[in-house]
Write a protein that binds this ligand. Structure first.
Ligand SMILES: NC(=O)c1ccc[n+]([C@@H]2O[C@H](COP(=O)([O-])OP(=O)(O)OC[C@H]3O[C@@H](n4cnc5c(N)ncnc54)[C@H](OP(=O)(O)O)[C@@H]3O)[C@@H](O)[C@H]2O)c1
Length: 211
């Protein structure tokens, strides 16, 4: 059966996205310095060779263990699940050939027809909740894995369902002071994890937790 996993970047004080990083503020990057904070959170990823190739960002980049982790994360994934707010940011920011090349299930209250992108990515908009989205993702993924991409709201729902097998956190030494906190709204019984692997680098600590 597919493994259900998360792989996200987290600020040292526990945020997945800085305060003010909303669609309304998209054109105001200086509002509470949200764009600079987001840049600090994600710069390690933009320095990885595989990620640069995948998003057509040009040559160069690191090719060490962090790059291998990024490659494995993409290659293992047969279906993605994400929230509407993450999708809205990506809809504006991803290249026309979105970097998934699989079905992507977007949890939303909005009713919308599937959005087919060149290169094999189709976004399906799911109104029937997280369990149904996971059922659809399992059917689509076959023997590959399912990535719960984010944001925080969606990851919390899957943590509460108890279905996340692996939690990979790329912990970046930047403080946000506010924003979308990963670990909140959690209910008992809380899932328990143990450390499976740590990759250390000067700019981030990459920790994989497993059940
Ligand atoms: N640090 C990282 O690695 C990382 C990774 C991913 C995303 N992010 C960031 O995280 C932020 C978004 O996270 P977020 O927590 O604010 O939002 P989110 O989880 O992306 O989306 C939440 C929205 O999805 C819809 N939704 C969620 N669950 C639903 C359900 N069960 N049924 C129906 N609709 C549902 C609702 O939107 P509607 O009611 O409008 O449909 C809800 O407001 C973005 O800034 C993104 O860039 C960071």
């Amino acid at each position: 059966m597919s493994t259900v996993f998360v792989n996200i970047a987290l600020s040292l004080d526990g945020y997945m996205a800085p305060e003010s990083m909303t669609m309304e503020n998209w054109d105001q990057p200086d509002d509470k310095h949200w764009a600079a904070k987001w840049g600090a959170l994600t710069s390690w990823m933009f320095n990885q060779r595989y990620f640069r190739e995948k998003l057509q960002l040009g040559a160069g980049g690191e090719s060490g263990p962090v790059n291998d982790m990024v490659r494995y994360t993409f290659e293992r994934t047969g279906a993605y699940i994400m929230g509407k707010r993450m999708f809205e940011g990506g809809e504006r920011g991803w290249p026309e050939e979105a970097p998934f090349h699989t079905p992507v299930y977007v949890l939303t209250h909005e009713q919308r027809a599937p959005w087919v992108r060149p290169g094999g990515t189709t976004f399906y908009f799911v109104n029937e909740g997280p369990a149904r989205a996971l059922e659809l993702a399992r059917q689509a993924a076959g023997s590959r894995d399912i990535r719960i991409s984010g944001g925080a709201d969606v990851i919390q729902q899957y943590l509460n369902l108890g279905v996340i097998d692996e939690l990979e956190i790329n912990l970046v030494p930047v403080l946000f002071g506010g924003g979308r906190r990963l670990f909140e709204n959690l209910r008992e019984p809380l899932p328990q994890f143990r450390i499976d692997r740590v990759i250390d680098s000067p700019v981030a600590t990459h920790v994989r937790y497993v059940r």
